[in-house]
Design a binder for this molecule. Structure first.
Ligand SMILES: Nc1ncnc2c1ncn2[C@@H]1O[C@H](COP(=O)(O)OP(=O)(O)OP(=O)(O)O)[C@@H](O)[C@H]1O
Length: 254
């Protein structure tokens, strides 16, 4: 009989909230592309380690916001502070960002992980590498070229690589959008486990079931602005903004 695993549930995986290992404060954040305003003055405080889900319709600006939070894009206006400080190299090193489409080196699975480990002086490298391969379920594929892995295996590798240096903050941009339920389950369990270890997780997803399973608080972005920021239960039970109500019921938002 194959082992049957089940999706994590919020009550199962959620420890009580404590202050975030890296509190975030965003003020008047704007991002302009040419004459188009993508983000239009975002203010956001994430002070606890509660798992934050970032939701909103296509084109709302969620990916742009994540990239600004991680310093992959520079704001046109406003600021991002982690631990009260402007984002710099040392703060960025304590964060990891996982994309919908895994970005991997054209090397073996093992080499992708050891490359990440080589970025910093880390004790017990061999142990860490073995642990990462095992928890990602990739031991038997360690010598395979990353580019020939299936989509689910690639995403497991991307997540294992993101976690191998023990980031304080893990940001994920629709990490399971192209995955089947089994691979989705694997990724969700890894995210829930990171959260239990005290990693601050910010997850972009359109999957309402996933958001309900994992999310403890929801930030809803519409047309470049945050229209709602509340705990997950009240967001899903009684969304306050018309935009969030329409999004959740599948209506078209313009
Ligand atoms: N670097 C960029 N330069 C110019 N425009 C951009 C850039 N990045 C994103 N955009 C535009 O900004 C808007 C918001 O994009 P973004 O990818 O953040 O949306 P999203 O909320 O993540 O959407 P989806 O749910 O479809 O992934 C889109 O119209 C996109 O074309």
């Amino acid at each position: 009989m194959p082992e049957i695993l089940s999706f994590p549930t919020r009550t199962e995986h959620t420890p009580s909230k404590v202050p975030s290992p890296m509190p975030l404060s965003v003020r008047h954040l704007a991002f302009q592309a040419g004459h188009t305003s993508i983000l239009k003055g975002v203010d956001l405080d994430l002070e606890t380690d509660a798992l934050t889900v970032l939701m909103g319709p296509n084109g709302a600006g969620k990916s742009v916001l994540l990239r600004l939070l991680h310093g992959l894009l520079a704001p046109s206006f406003g600021e991002v502070r982690w631990n009260g400080l402007p984002l710099d190299k040392s703060l960025r090193r304590q964060q990891a960002l996982v994309f919908q489409k895994p970005v991997l080196l054209r090397r073996s699975v093992r080499a992708n992980l050891s490359f990440a480990l080589g970025l910093r002086p880390v004790p017990n490298r061999a142990e860490k590498l073995a642990h990462a391969l095992a928890t990602a379920g990739l031991e038997h594929l360690s010598k395979r070229q990353a580019r020939v892995l299936s989509g689910g295996e690639q995403q497991r590798l991307a997540l294992a690589r993101a976690l191998i240096l023990d980031p304080k903050v893990l940001m994920l941009d629709e990490p399971t959008a192209n995955l089947d339920p089994a691979s989705t389950l694997f990724i969700e369990q890894a995210i829930a486990s990171a959260r239990r270890r005290g990693v601050k997780v910010i997850l972009v997803t359109h999957d309402q079931h996933q958001a309900r399973r994992l999310g403890e608080e929801v930030v809803f972005l519409h047309d470049g602005k945050i229209t709602e920021h509340s705990d997950a239960e009240s967001f899903f039970d009684s969304p306050k903004s018309a935009a969030a109500r329409a999004y959740l019921s599948g209506d078209i938002l313009v």
